[in-house]
Design a protein around this ligand. Structure first.
Ligand code: URA
Length: 211
C-alpha cells in the first residue's frame, strides 16, 4: 500500500496571499484575485514533476531537441462550486489542459457529499488528473470526488486544496492513500459545522459574493 503524501506549499508568496485571503473584511474581488494568483503559484508546485517530451525546434542558430510539457494529457477536475475559483490560474500555467467537473453539495445535516453533476473529457486512461477544491474540510466530498474520478481510470491523480483540516486529511488518506495532496496550510481543526478553523470561511461564498 502506498504511503500517503502531503506536499505543504510553504512558498512565502503563497503564505502571504493566504493571510490576506483569510481576513474577514476582504472584498469579493480581492479574494477572487488572490485565489487566482495563488492557484498560479500552486500550479507551479503541483506540476513540478510533470512528464515532458522532447520535440525538435530550430533556434536562430541551429536545430535542437528541447522539452515541452504534454499539456493536453492533463485534466483539471473542478469540484464545484468553489473549485472553479482555482481553475483559471491553473489554466494560465497549463493552457493545453482539459477540464472535468464534479458537482457535489454537502448535506448540511449529515455533512456527507451528494453528487449532482459529473462530466470528464474522453480518453481519461491517458490523462493525469489534478483535482481542484480549495477546502479539504471533512474530506467527504474529496473522497466522493476521487471515488468517482477513479471509475474513469486516469493515469494519475493529485488533489490540490488551499487549506486542509487534519480530520479531512486523515479521512481522505484512509480512502485514497495513493493520491498525494498539495495544500498551502493545514489548519487547527474542524468546528461543529464542518468548517475549517481558523480557516477563511465559506470559500464558495467568498469567491462569488453569495453570503
Ligand atoms: N468549505 C468551505 O468553504 N469552508 C470550510 O471551512 C469548510 C468547507
Amino acid at each position: 500500500m502506498s504511503t500517503p503524501t502531503v506536499h505543504l506549499i510553504s512558498h512565502p508568496l503563497v503564505q502571504h496571499k493566504l493571510t490576506l485571503m483569510r481576513q474577514k473584511d476582504l472584498s469579493t474581488s480581492s479574494f477572487r484575485r488572490l485565489l487566482h494568483e495563488i492557484s498560479m503559484l500552486m500550479a507551479y508546485e503541483v506540476t513540478r514533476d510533470m512528464p515532458t517530451q522532447l520535440i525538435e525546434i530550430e533556434t536562430p542558430l541551429e536545430k535542437m531537441q528541447s522539452p515541452v510539457i504534454e499539456g493536453r494529457k492533463t485534466v483539471f477536475v473542478v469540484v464545484m462550486r468553489a473549485g472553479a475559483g482555482f481553475l483559471d490560474g491553473m489554466l494560465e500555467v497549463v493552457p493545453g489542459a482539459r477540464v472535468g467537473h464534479v458537482g457535489l453539495y454537502r448535506d448540511p445535516k449529515t455533512l456527507t457529499a451528494v453528487e449532482y453533476y459529473f462530466k470528464m473529457p474522453n480518453n481519461m486512461q491517458e490523462r493525469d488528473a489534478i483535482v481542484l477544491d480549495p477546502m479539504l474540510a471533512t474530506g467527504n466530498s474529496a473522497v466522493a470526488a476521487v471515488d468517482r474520478l477513479k471509475e474513469t481510470q486516469p493515469k494519475s491523480i493529485r488533489f490540490v486544496s488551499l487549506l486542509a483540516a487534519p480530520e479531512g486529511l486523515k479521512t481522505f488518506h484512509a480512502h485514497h492513500p495513493d493520491v498525494p495532496v498539495y495544500t498551502a496550510c493545514i489548519d487547527r481543526q474542524l468546528n461543529d459545522h464542518g468548517y475549517i478553523v481558523p480557516g477563511l470561511g465559506d470559500a464558495g461564498d467568498r469567491i462569488y459574493g453569495t453570503k
